[in-house]
Design a protein around this ligand. Structure first.
Ligand code: SF4
Ligand code: SF4
Length: 484
């Protein structure tokens, strides 16, 4: 049994201190990340080894407060090598919250869609109030936001209304290729031009887009340790997305964090469940009993049945209370938008009549895209556009540090800026005309810390179609309010 399996067994039904302690002991024993993570943005491992060394040298014991602080440093960026280690840090965080409760300010901020909907109902007023030094300071103080944190501007017109006006919320019958767009809260309510661009590029390529009713993917509340709210969101999404898959849709995410949640986090352990294993015959196993899935889900699902039957692996993780078959169904039908468009290109089905977008750009592939193990589809797609000079920030050790709402919080903002500083310095040395990233949390962080115009790659692709301008649904469209 590997180290991760040992840690998995040690943390079942334990107090948060014991879970965090098991992580310290496991990682101290292994010691790989003492050096491996030294040059990364992660603040957990330096603190973990500092606590361990302090205790070993008998300069002081590790207190419950130390353990709480340690788990709070994890933003689930997934840069570390062992998924179980970060998952156990989240379990410890949740167990602390279960015991001590959540601060009212966190309860307010963690439901990003609700906050953005309220402020977005009166965007001018909300923007004025947050930008003014006097009222802005007061509002931030009340909401637990750090005074130096820049609140993004609320746009006129959120994505749901735009989609509703175009009937995208009604599922169409018919034989055209269909996708269900999972647009993410930040996209829908803070940067609605991103899901609009996704719809327009997909339609340009003859894909029918359905926009199902959806709630937050759950990452912000998961990062705050609020398991009840995270599971409430996940249960809602599972039902709606499962219906869409049954109607023949693929699920496409324009936000890599939502994609990571739907593909990997939500399905964690689901393939170990009896419920799922019994249904496998009907849901796509190969003749040898192995399932034809890719990525991490595929690797774990392909474990030999004697290992699965040994009882060591169970569906006992964070989302175990939710239907395992639906979790697997969603995981195996979800695609990142860039991944989906690149697969169209590989199949010779992507419209490559792209006009020039002359600009010097830097692309940052975000952490949760890397975690999906699908390469960098947008780098390949952007290289199809004439006129772009593109530099990609490669290397697994960069993170913007934003992590959902964590970067806004009074007691985490400075940590978040410290985590992101390596990436910001790197971008600064490249000094692009445009900075490109598919993660909108990264975009919020870039907007706070850097002077560059930030765009999602799907906006660049749409621009290329519009610049070509000879055919397709985008030609001749009016320039709209971009919602920035
Ligand atoms: S995260 Fe994994 S590889 Fe790194 S120290 Fe811990 S057990 Fe070792
Ligand atoms: S998920 Fe990120 S922040 Fe958390 S321990 Fe791993 S590398 Fe560090």
């Amino acid at each position: 049994m590997g180290r991760m399996g040992i840690v998995r067994r040690k943390v079942q039904n334990k107090a948060p201190e014991s879970i965090a302690r098991a992580v310290i002991d496991g990682c101290a024993d292994c010691d790989i990340c003492r050096y491996l993570m030294e040059d990364t943005s992660c603040l957990v491992f330096p603190e973990l080894y500092r606590l361990y060394d302090k205790e070993r040298e008998e300069k002081g014991e590790v207190t419950p407060q130390d353990l709480r602080k340690l788990v709070d440093l994890c933003n689930f960026c997934a840069l570390c090598p062992c998924p179980d280690v970060r998952s156990n840090l989240m379990k410890a965080k949740h167990a602390f919250v279960h015991r001590q409760g959540l601060k009212p300010t966190i309860r307010l901020l963690e439901d990003v869609a609700r906050v953005a909907r309220i402020c977005g109902a009166f965007p001018r007023l909300a923007n004025l109030a947050f930008q003014s030094e006097l009222t802005g300071g007061l509002l931030k103080n009340l909401a637990g936001i750090h005074p130096k944190s820049k609140v993004p501007k609320f746009p006129e017109g959120a994505f749901p209304a735009w989609a509703g006006e175009r009937g995208l919320d009604i599922r169409q019958s018919g034989s055209r290729t269909k996708v269900a767009l999972f647009a993410g809260c930040t996209g829908q309510y803070l940067f609605p031009d991103v899901p609009r661009a996704a719809v327009e590029v997909l339609q340009r390529n003859g894909i029918e887009v359905y926009y199902p009713e959806q709630k937050c993917c759950g990452m912000p509340s998961l990062l705050e340790g609020d398991q009840a709210l995270t599971c409430e969101f996940a249960a809602f999404n599972l039902e709606r997305l499962s219906e869409a898959v049954d109607e023949g849709c693929d699920i496409v995410c324009s936000c890599p964090t939502c994609g990571f949640m739907l593909k990997d986090v939500l399905s964690e352990g689901a393939h170990y469940s009896d419920q799922y294993r019994e249904s496998v015959g009907a849901e796509g196993s190969g003749s040898d009993g192995q399932m034809a899935f890719t990525g991490r889900v595929g690797k774990e699902a392909a474990l030999p049945s004697r290992v699965l039957l040994s009882g060591l692996f169970k569906d006992d993780g964070y989302f175990a209370s939710l239907d395992a078959r639906k979790r697997m169904k969603i995981a195996t039908h979800t695609h990142d938008l860039g991944e989906y468009l690149l697969s169209l290109h590989v199949a010779g089905k992507l419209d490559t009549k792209l006009g020039a977008v002359p600009s010097r750009m830097v692309y940052y592939p975000p952490c949760h895209l890397r975690e999906q193990e699908i390469g960098e589809p947008y780098s390949e797609l952007l290289h199809l556009i004439p006129g772009i000079s593109l530099e990609t920030i490669d290397g697994a050790f960069y993170c913007c540090g934003m992590a959902g709402i964590m970067g806004f919080k009074r007691d985490f903002h400075e940590v978040s800026v410290a985590m992101g500083s390596r990436l910001m310095e790197k971008i600064g040395t490249l000094h692009p005309e445009r900075l490109v990233s598919d993660c909108l949390s990264c975009r919020i962080q870039f907007n706070q810390l850097l002077p560059y115009k930030v765009l999602h790659p799907i906006e660049i692709l749409r621009e290329a179609y519009m610049n070509e301008g000879t055919s397709g649904p985008l030609a001749g469209q009016d320039d709209r309010d971009r919602g920035e």
